[in-house]
Design a protein around this ligand. Sequence first.
Ligand SMILES: CC(=O)[C@@H](O)[C@H](O)COP(=O)(O)O
Ligand SMILES: NCC(=O)COP(=O)(O)O
Length: 237
Amino acid sequence: MPKLGVNIDHIATIRQARRGDEPDPVAAAVLAELAGADGITVHLREDRRHMQERDVRVLRQTVRTHLNLEMAATPEMVAIALDIKPDYVTLVPEKREEITTEGGLDVIGQGDRLVQIVQQLQTAGIPVSLFVDAEPDQLKASAQTGAKFVELHTGTYANANSEEEVKRELEFLTKGGAIAISLGLRLNAGHGLTYANTRPIALIPNMEELNIGHSIISRAVLVGLDRAVSEMKALVV
Ligand SMILES: CC(=O)[C@@H](O)[C@H](O)COP(=O)(O)O
Ligand SMILES: NCC(=O)COP(=O)(O)O
């Protein structure tokens, strides 16, 4: 059974809408862990649109499961990771103008630069995962970097509009998973997974961890709303 890594970026997105201090992603991480999360995932974006560096530093001190830091492969972010030392790093592609991550890393296109970053992090004791599409050539290039894990990008599967497309994308991910394992990589997956589409991904052989955020936080807002309203109502009567 795969582990569940809960991505709490979306808590910070709500906080940053007012640049205030609530809701606190650190408190969210504690609640997620108490509810059974096996890991906490945060994406420290270069534009700091949600998680802030301070959040990651405090999480490093408070997370009791494991802390997965998603980040771009840049010198600034590598320096932060080497300083904070998360339990592992997931290297992801980033575009300033994107609403969310749009696809996997182009590992082939980055050549030695990525190899050096993977080596630098892993030499410092931080295992690296590469967030990639399940393309055989990208998986081969991922293995050649020496990274310990890949995280298969499930966004295209999640956005599929027809049963046929879902089936095709699931087959693509399942084959990609088998290729990753045959190359000696460990296997994670994530992006866009929901209560409706996660189960088939969890059943992919050798899947170790699913990282899920937006759907969990969206549901939390709705299932928690009645309590939040009744607590406020009690104050205004
Ligand atoms: C790489 C990835 O899939 C996650 O980082 C996810 O995209 C959540 O972060 P954003 O909400 O910033 O896109
Ligand atoms: N790497 C995927 C992740 O952390 C969560 O993505 P999402 O569930 O917020 O789309």
